[in-house]
Design a protein. Structure first.
Length: 422
């Protein structure tokens, strides 16, 4: 580890040196596993290994894991929509750096060199997580200016108007931020929200960090899209500044830590000079997902491309058809040409709707996609009711059986704990 740090200045003091805590047999098995990799294996191989461990570690850590890891398919969708081909990328809640890594992969997929095209800047409150980010960048042959600091109170990159792209998955619904400390901070040009909730502090941070043509994409709690009073006034200012470009509703179970659905917000400060100036695209993607297991979902590569292509059609861009199949979780894929036969954008009930600012004002400046997209036309059921009822009954019996087993295990464990306590 010391030798690696000596050859990589940005990793100085970052790599772990606590392997003496691990059993020798475990280290031997690990080295044997790594020895199967070709000596000249590409950097992508090690990057994928690191991402694999990060994802599994996040899942095992539960709530704590959510502090440093955003599910990869959500990150890929954000990247596909803001299209960070070239420029400065900023993540003020950067965690383990997934936004940066997926931006680099996007650039590679379009036959360019990310080391030449982008420069990355991050800020992270927890130093151990900052170190994870630096290691993640290193195994993907990237480097960046990643600093430790509390983003609410510290602007370590002097971010106002500086960046071409901002991407983030900030913590939702944080309370007790001391607004007195930041009341004169230029990062909050739209006013200070009165509610004891930091969602709109983050939204203002993302907006103010963009330059005149900058784009932002970030994950946000659903409640922010309909928040009232002072938060609604901030939302209204964002809309009247022609910054809000796309809103996407995401279904539940995409995160390892919470089952709640979320919304993806996208800003484009350059759209004020386009014919999209008075419009916002709403997409309801809650019915689009690939089930990983009972508790977790993701997007397949083609689902990501499908949603991003809807945005491309809305922007008047050419759609892409380069996504591969989902080898791990195969399933039915959406067909853009079936939805948009002429490959031109049109509103589709239950999927997407372009709303004008007047329509949005009529809905109380709400940015909730469900208010605009409506419901899809219901297709006639093509199943036999009795057969379907029997299938559901069988599934219910299995679930009840599993529930009874869990109850017995819990009761047994509680009994053991009570015995030990007496």
């Amino acid at each position: 580890m010391k030798a690696v740090e000596a050859e990589n200045e940005e990793l100085k003091g970052v790599l772990p040196k606590s392997y003496t805590k691990i059993e020798n047999s475990t280290l031997v098995a690990l080295l044997k596993t790594f020895s199967q990799l070709a000596v000249d294996a590409e950097g992508d191989t090690f990057g994928k290994i690191y991402e694999y461990f990060l994802g599994n570690f996040a899942r095992a850590e539960g709530q704590k894991g959510g502090e440093f890891f955003t599910p990869t398919s959500l990150v890929k969708l954000i990247v596909q929509i803001i299209e960070p081909y070239h420029g400065r990328i900023f993540d003020p809640a950067c965690g383990s750096g997934g936004m940066f890594v997926q931006s680099a992969d996007f650039i590679k997929a379009h036959k360019h060199n990310p080391s030449v095209e982008i420069s990355v800047y991050g800020q992270e409150r927890v130093d151990e997580t900052r170190q994870l980010c630096l290691m993640n960048l290193a195994v993907h042959a990237l480097s960046g200016d990643i600093r430790q600091g509390n983003t609410y109170y510290e602007d370590l990159h002097e971010s106002v108007g500086k960046f071409d792209f901002v991407m983030a998955n900030p913590p939702f619904n944080v309370d007790k931020v001391d607004k007195e400390k930041i009341k004169d901070d230029p990062r909050f040009p739209l006013g200070m929200p009165k509610a004891d909730n930091a969602n709109y502090l983050w939204i203002s941070l993302f907006y103010s960090a963009l330059n005149a043509k900058g784009r932002a994409g970030f994950v946000m709690a659903n409640s922010a899209a309909d928040a009232r009073q002072s938060e609604m006034e901030i939302r209204k200012k964002l809309l009247l500044a022609h910054a809000v470009d796309v809103m996407i509703a995401i279904g539940p179970n995409f995160f390892y830590t919470v089952t709640l659905p979320c919304t993806l917000w996208f800003f484009d400060r350059g759209k004020a000079k386009t014919d999209r100036k008075e419009k916002v695209l709403f997409i309801d993607a809650r019915h689009i997902f690939r089930q990983i297991d009972r508790a977790h979902r993701k997007f397949s590569p083609k689902q990501i491309e499908y949603i991003a292509n809807i945005v491309r059609l809305y922007r008047g861009e050419t759609p892409e058809f380069i996504a591969g199949n989902d080898e791990d979780f195969p399933g039915e894929e959406p067909n853009l040409k079936a939805t948009f036969p002429k490959l031109k954008y049109v509103d589709v009930a239950g999927l997407c709707k372009v709303a004008t600012l007047k329509e949005i004002e009529a809905h109380g400046w709400s940015l909730n996609p469900g208010r605009y997209v409506g419901l899809a036309e219901k297709e006639e059921d093509d199943f036999v009711f009795a057969e379907r009822l029997e299938e559901l009954h069988e599934e219910l019996e299995v679930l009840n059986s599993e529930a009874r087993e869990l109850e017995e295990r819990i009761a047994g464990n509680v009994a053991k704990l009570l015995e030990a306590a007496t």
